[in-house]
Design a protein around this ligand. Structure first.
Ligand code: F6P
Length: 337
């Protein structure tokens, strides 16, 4: 069998470990041929490939980013400016390349595109990837644990400067519409206020919580906020607006940090390396068994799979009764609602 692998959407630590997991299992255990497709679905459209042999697959386990490159190409978008029939081109190029399956490593958009490609009659396997951890059907995505370590360390570092200046320090964390990184890093980093896109925010309650801390002698506060939080009716990029509203409402000097892309950088954590390896191996096993149109996933620490059509178009958001939220509230942490 000949399989192609592509990585699509935002990069994150663990993609290369996944490529290695699929590739080495395919080559060494199943005797398959493996090619890398460059820059996500763009590589299928432009027939940009590179062979993935043992040499190409070495040194990938701890390497950040993706050796294949990525893009946010969405071939099924209705408004494609070029006007060409991208799905038709993809199907033709898949067959020209002599592929028996295409493995799509990516987030929500990628899994939806994978499902659409499967509906063209092509053999597809999806592998969930994102620091956001917002993919339906899997408990965890690789990238999340690595981002969590980075974000938690950043919050730890903000404590010393906040106390030195008696300031409110705001850190805006990635996650798109989901607050998983903000919740887990906020709790791990000891944030005093954690603002999640899923819960929204009442700025009066945030300011009151900060003032109450001040009255108890804590003249600094750490606020972790998800980038997707809607504030004043405006969606996204809340840090600077939030800083001004807090400074005005509490009269405490406030500064903001937008942690941004460092959350997606660098080497994957040990957990993400092993999760990526496990998912990659299972994806290859499904291919060998001829089970296509599925996304591999982790459920209760077991590697499983589910139909792509069950995943497509869905998001996994933080539930309001998540135990970290319940526990945080009991400990006096404000969630702004
Ligand atoms: O999906 C991962 C992610 O980092 C989100 O957390 C973030 O909102 C988005 O990608 C940024 O997209 P881009 O890399 O296209 O700027």
């Amino acid at each position: 069998m000949k399989i192609g692998i592509l990585s699509s959407g935002g990069d994150c630590p663990g993609i290369n470990a996944t490529i290695r997991g699929v590739g080495k299992t395919a080559l060494n255990h199943f005797g398959m041929e493996v090619i890398g497709v460059k820059y996500g679905f763009q590589g299928l459209l432009k027939q940009e490939y590179e062979p993935l042999d043992d040499h190409a697959l070495s040194g990938l386990l701890n390497l950040g980013g993706t050796v294949l490159g990525t893009s946010r190409e969405k071939p099924f978008r209705k408004d494609n400016e070029g006007g060409e029939d991208k799905p038709k081109i993809i199907a033709e190029n898949y067959r020209k390349a002599g592929l028996d399956c295409i493995v799509c490593i990516g987030g929500n958009g990628t899994q939806k595109t994978a499902w659409q490609i499967a509906q063209l009659g092509l053999n597809v396997i999806g592998i969930p990837k994102t620091i956001d951890n917002d993919i339906y059907g899997t408990d965890l995505t690789f990238g999340f644990d690595s981002a969590l370590d980075i974000a938690t360390e950043a919050i730890d570092r903000l404590h010393s400067t906040a106390t030195a200046h008696n300031r409110v320090m705001i850190i805006e964390l990635m996650g798109n519409k989901a607050g998983w990184i903000t919740l887990y890093a906020g709790m791990a980093g000891g944030a005093d206020v954690i603002l999640l896109p899923e819960l929204g925010c009442d700025i009066e309650k945030v300011n009151q919580a900060i003032i109450n801390r001040q009255k108890k002698g804590k003249s600094y506060s750490i606020v972790a906020v998800g980038e997707g939080l809607e504030l004043d009716g405006l969606k996204g990029n809340p840090a600077s607006r939030l800083a001004r509203l807090i400074e005005k409402g509490t009269e405490i000097e406030t500064r903001e940090t937008i942690l941004g892309y460092v959350q997606r950088g660098g080497s994957p954590s040990a957990f993400d390396r092993n999760l990526a390896t496990r998912l990659g191996g299972h994806a290859t096993e499904l291919i060998a068994r001829g089970e296509f149109g599925k996304m591999v996933a982790v459920k209760n620490d077991k590697i499983v799979s589910l139909p792509l059509e069950e995943v497509a178009g869905k998001l996994k958001l933080v539930p309001p009764d998540h135990d970290l939220i319940v526990q945080g509230k009991r400990m006096g942490i404000s969630f702004g609602v």
